[in-house]
Design a protein around this ligand. Structure first.
Ligand SMILES: CC(C)(COP(=O)(O)OP(=O)(O)OC[C@H]1O[C@@H](n2cnc3c(N)ncnc32)[C@H](O)[C@@H]1OP(=O)(O)O)[C@@H](O)C(=O)NCCC(=O)NCCS
Length: 210
């Protein structure tokens, strides 16, 4: 069962309300990690897009080994590389494979894959950075960008992550000063800007999930 208390934290942003996630399927990650949750997009994206309109449902699930190639495609998207704090260069497949396996083994990383009509459209990842502190990262497939999906994904994933992590865990986002779109998406999703700081030698905004 979902921890409804942590999901319904009633974040009202503009004309959108995240107070009601309209959760259709319920599951407990600890029981069935392959289960898919479904969320109605009604009222959560501004415009109607044919890809979304079909059934207006956003699905999400935990990552599986089969997502390795999709994640490889996304990590080498030019905008993802540009906005990365780590390495601007193209990631080699072997490097990606090692990274994916070690993150999955570590138990310190949770990745939610979002889908529309069964097609993966993006990911939200949480990396444990310290005790009670996790870093969030998002990418949306280039063909599903600019549809207002990112703030919905961030809010859903963060609310969900909160239900499966330790109670005091703080979810932190670091966003480059140039990445205004990401800043807007995180704020709309309920993240509060705390400061500008240096992260991985680069100036950025730091935001915390409210
Ligand atoms: C960042 C990212 C996830 C955003 O997703 P997206 O689908 O492109 O963006 P959305 O359509 O959800 O729009 C997000 C918001 O930014 C706004 N926006 C768009 N361009 C903007 C700009 N130049 N300045 C400020 N806000 C902007 C949008 O209008 C929208 O706000 P609204 O819903 O109030 O209108 C996506 O571009 C991506 O995957 N980028 C590469 C990886 C990345 O940068 N990740 C973030 C690392 S911190």
């Amino acid at each position: 069962m979902y921890d409804i208390q942590s999901i319904t934290n009633n974040i009202l942003i503009g004309e959108y309300s995240f107070s009601d996630h309209a959760i259709i399927g319920e599951r407990n990650d600890r029981i069935d990690p392959k289960a898919i949750d479904r969320v109605s997009l009604d009222g959560k994206v501004k415009k109607e897009y044919p890809e979304i309109k079909k059934d207006n449902i956003l699905e999400y699930r935990l990552v599986t080994d089969e997502d390795i190639n999709t994640l490889f495609k996304w990590v080498n998207d030019p905008l993802v590389r540009k906005n990365s704090f780590y390495n601007k260069k193209r990631i080699k497949y072997d490097e990606h494979k090692m990274w994916f396996r070690s993150r999955m083994k570590s138990g310190d990383c949770v990745i939610y894959i979002f889908l529309i009509n069964s097609e993966p459209i993006g990911q939200v990842r949480f990396d444990k950075a310290a005790e009670f502190k996790s870093e969030i990262n998002i990418s949306v497939d280039s063909s599903f960008r600019d549809k207002g999906l990112s703030s919905v994904m961030i809010n859903i994933a963060s609310s969900k992550y909160r239900t499966i992590s330790q109670a005091k865990t703080m979810i932190v986002a670091h966003i480059k000063l140039s990445n205004m779109k990401s800043l807007r998406a995180f704020q709309k999703a309920g993240f509060i800007m705390t400061k500008t700081c240096i992260f991985k030698n680069q100036q950025c905004y730091e935001l915390i999930f409210n």
